[in-house]
Design a protein around this ligand. Sequence first.
Ligand code: GAR
Length: 207
Amino acid sequence: MGSDKSLLRLAVLASGRGSNLQAIIDSIKNSTLAAKVVVVISDNPEALALERARQEGIPAVSLPPAEYRTKDEYEQRLVEVCEDSQADLVVLAGYMRMLGRTFLKRFPNRVVNIHPSLLPSFPGLHAQRQAIEYGVRFSGCTVHFVDEGMDTGPIILQAVVPVHSNDTEETLAERILVQEHQLYPQALNLIARGQIQIEGRRVRLKE
Ligand code: GAR
C-alpha cells in the first residue's frame, strides 16, 4: 500500500455510539476522504465505537481514566497511544471529556472536534437541549480546532438546521446528526488536502 504515505493519519477518540466515526470510515471507503483511521481510542470500554473499529480491522484501544491516578497520567498514556500510531491528527468524535494541556501541547493545532450547535452558542453538554430551551430558530453543528477552553477553538466549518416548534432534544439531535455525518468528513478532507490555514482565531480555507 505505497499510496498510504499520502494519507492523513487519524487517531479517533470516541466515548459512545461512534456514528461520526462510522461516517469518517465510510467516506474513506468511498474515496471522498483521503485519510486513514490508524487507531480508535475510548474512555469507555463499552463504547460501540470500539466495536465499529474492530469490525473494520482498526486497532481499538480502551483507556478508562479510572485506571490512572491523575488526569495527567491518563493524558500521558493517551499521548503515547496517539504517537505510537503515528497519528497526524487527533479527531474527537463524541469524546465527552475535556483534554488538558498535557495532551494538547503535544498536538498543537492538531486536534479537532465536532459539536452539535452553532458555536459559540451552547458549548458543553446537552447542546441540543440548550438550543431548544433558549428558543433559537436555527441550530446546527460546528467542526473546530480544540484549545484548552470548552468548545472555544478556531472554527473550520459549520452547518445549519432549522429548529421546529415541536422539536424535542432527540428530534433536533437527529436532524443535526445528519449534517454532522457530512460536515466532519468534509472538514477532515480540507485538512488532508492542506487547504486550511489558521490565522489567530480565524481559519482560512484555501482554494
Ligand atoms: C454527536 O452529536 C457529537 O456532535 C456530540 O456527541 C454526539 C456523538 O455521536 N459531541 C459532543 O456533544 C461533544 N461536546 P456519535 O458517537 O454517534 O458520533
